[in-house]
Design a binder for this molecule. Structure first.
Ligand SMILES: [Zn+2]
Ligand SMILES: [Zn+2]
Length: 212
């Protein structure tokens, strides 16, 4: 399990990938992380993708980071319908430390879009809290679910010697979506071998998005 990540260009961030109690088949929203990859990547079942971003007070997404995410998805997914991203404000979490089950409960209460018909959905929760392990900036925890820890991202970006907020937020978003898309080797076969033998679904190439 990976907690702290050191990226090139002074980017310091963390990732957790968790799939507690989730399935490998059935509705893609209920699957474990990486097991919805084929459905998200191809147009076989879902020809469109809706990304729903729910954010807590003070942690509205960076608009430029979301447009980078949109371009990232457009370039990689086969969705001839369309790929859209919507944002909405949700109430603050009462706890300041959030576990996967807390994130799951908040998601159940707030998520409005569920994958059905020809539209797949991904839910991204921007929280005001931090993860149960310090240093974690994002977590992918189910087939179409991930969360970002807004305060950690704000604290680690935009300052002297830090990455810009847009750069850090877009990198964390793309990295966590990478897990939903089956990287590294958790649902999509590797095109070139790059899985870090010591890491869980992370990469050994420091230039790679999935490096930690
Ligand atoms: Zn990761
Ligand atoms: Zn890699």
């Amino acid at each position: 399990m990976k907690k702290l990540l050191l990226l090139p260009a002074f980017l310091f961030f963390g990732c957790k990938k968790s799939s507690e109690g989730a399935a490998a088949s059935g509705p893609i929203d209920e699957r474990s992380t990486g097991r919805a990859a084929a459905a998200l990547l191809s147009a076989d079942t879902y020809t469109s993708l809706q990304v729903e971003v729910s954010y807590m007070p003070g942690y509205a997404p960076d608009a430029a980071a979301l447009s980078q995410l949109h371009a990232f998805l457009q370039a990689r997914l086969n969705k001839p319908g369309n790929i859209s991203i919507s944002t909405r404000a949700v109430p603050a979490a009462t706890g300041t430390v959030l576990s996967v089950s807390d994130l799951s409960a908040i998601e159940s209460a707030q998520r409005t879009g569920h994958s059905s018909g020809s539209t797949a959905t991904i839910h991204i929760l921007y929280t005001n809290g931090s993860y149960t392990e310090p240093g974690v900036l994002g977590v992918a925890y189910r087939g179409t679910s991930l969360a970002l820890f807004g305060k950690k991202i704000h604290d680690n970006s935009g300052g002297l010697g830090q990455a810009s907020r847009t750069k850090l937020e877009a990198t964390v978003l793309e990295h966590e979506i990478g897990h939903l898309l089956g990287l590294v080797d958790i649902g999509s076969p590797m095109q070139t071998p790059h899985k870090d033998p010591g890491g869980l679904a992370h990469c050994n190439n420091s230039g790679c998005l999935m490096y930690y």
